[in-house]
Design a protein around this ligand. Structure first.
Ligand code: TYD
Ligand code: ZN
Length: 420
């Protein structure tokens, strides 16, 4: 198979301007070549059409320390029919429940309080505030997932959040005591406006809880498959601090959490407030480990190539022995991994996924069919490649019968292993 055309070599300067601070001279980290949109699952009807591909290159801004992709795809193309329903992961729902209970207690929230969630998805988080008697409002641009939330009794505005929505809510007296934004800060193109909007919509003593994948886990864990067009930005605490400061928000507390392969969770308030020690400690750790300079990112591309060699050889060996291989989780990251490694139906028979919306569709680019997980026990493939590796514990526990009957899982990252 032909190699996709690659961009510049790691370490070379890029004339594009940083999307957040506007300075030019980004440093190239890795080029994944041209890729289809990772969430654009192909329907039966569209199988005959060639899908669009876009260059996928990652770069580092040495001025504001932000890692970013350099190609933009209009947000309308990306999110109007978002196929991801948070409630299909028990891990996500349970984490949300714990976090909500903690915030209700810490912020003394009650029936007069308003909890706002940006990118509220199917209401997997806000439903827990409803349980505590707190008023809720979701904001999500994807009409199909918002509908699911509304059916559960969670009012949801179907729009992209930004300074306009924030100003409208403020003018209507609907400011937030607590605001959540999980796994969305990586996606928004106008991230300055987004953060400024959060500052606008928070009440004076309100707090924003923001979670986003941590760039340290991307680099150290060779999580290259979390790089895709929908993810514009890859944050360190250092980059977040600069971004927030510029837009009137102060980070008061910070922690790292295991969700999505390792994320940062920051607590922020409007204005300038003295941060807790947790913030200073994590910032100095990042400084010690070099996350604020380009050199930290430069051997990443080599490590990704090595991983590609290891995984494709392992799968080719298994195929050579006549083994049958399936995959688990029609995640966007799965699409990136399969396309980058050129793994199609010659290697992987099908991808299983619990999400009804995804079943009957095909993985973008490589066109592998997506089927319900019940197929595993019916068909008993020899190996299952875990594409949704961020949920590996949940998946292995759920599929204990497949394992008891001799089925084996392959975990691709940070280096391929066959789980016992
Ligand atoms: P996820 O890794 O959350 O998203 P991304 O698309 O950002 O890479 O996607 C996980 C996928 O795995 C999602 O389609 C749901 C699916 N899944 C199952 O089908 N069954 C499961 O038990 C779990 C945990 C996930
Ligand atoms: Zn910058």
């Amino acid at each position: 198979m032909n190699e996709p055309p690659r961009g510049r070599q790691p370490g070379t300067a890029n004339q594009r301007a940083c999307l957040v601070c506007g300075r030019s001279g980004l440093t190239e980290i890795i080029s994944l070549g041209r890729m289809p949109l990772a969430n654009a699952l192909v329907t039966e009807r569209n199988l005959t059409e060639q899908e669009k591909t876009f260059p996928l290159d990652l770069a580092f801004c040495s001025h504001c320390t932000l890692v970013q992709i350099t190609e933009s795809v209009p947000p309308e193309d990306l999110f109007m029919e978002y196929p991801y329903f948070s409630s299909y992961s028990e891990t996500m729902v349970r984490e949300a429940e714990t976090l909500v209970a903690r915030m209700v207690e810490q912020q003394e929230l009650g029936s007069r309080s308003l909890a706002l969630e940006v990118a509220s998805n199917d209401g997997y988080l806000l439903q827990h505030y409803v349980g505590h008697g707190v008023k809720v409002l979701g904001i999500d641009p994807a009409a199909n997932v918002a509908q699911v939330a509304v059916k559960k009794g969670i009012p949801t505005i179907v729009r992209f959040f930004g300074p306009d929505v924030a100003a409208e809510l403020r003018a209507e007296g609907r400011q937030a005591d607590i605001l959540h934004a999980n796994n969305v800060l990586a996606h928004v193109p106008d991230v300055n406006g987004f953060v400024a909007g959060i500052a606008t919509v928070l009440k004076e003593n309100g707090i924003a809880v923001i979670e986003t994948p941590y760039v340290k886990n991307l680099v150290d864990g060779v999580q290259f498959d979390t790089i895709y067009h929908e993810h514009r930005f890859y944050y360190s605490l250092s980059a977040l601090t600069k971004l927030f400061e510029r837009n009137g928000l102060a980070i008061v507390d910070a922690e790292t959490i295991p969700i999505h392969g390792g994320s940062l969770r920051v607590f922020a308030a409007a204005g300038s407030i003295e941060p807790r020690r947790s913030v200073r400690d994590l910032l100095s750790r990042e400084r010690d480990e070099g996350l604020q300079s380009a050199s930290y990112y430069l051997d990443f591309a080599l490590r990704v190539e090595l991983l590609k060699d290891q995984l494709t050889s392992l799968l080719a060996d298994l195929k050579g022995e006549g083994k049958r291989i399936a995959a688990y989780g029609a995640a966007a990251k799965g699409s990136v991994l399969l396309n980058f490694m050129h793994l199609g139906t010659e290697t992987i028979d099908y991808v299983v996924d619990h999400t009804p919306y995804k079943q009957g569709r095909y993985m973008p680019g490589v066109r592998i069919p997506i089927v319900p997980p019940t197929k595993l026990l019916e068909d008993m493939p020899d190996y299952v490649l875990v594409l949704a590796w961020n949920f590996v514990d949940e998946i292995l526990a759920k599929e204990s019968e497949y394992r008891d009957r001799g089925g084996r899982f392959i975990i691709p990252l940070p280096e391929p292993v066959v789980a016992r």
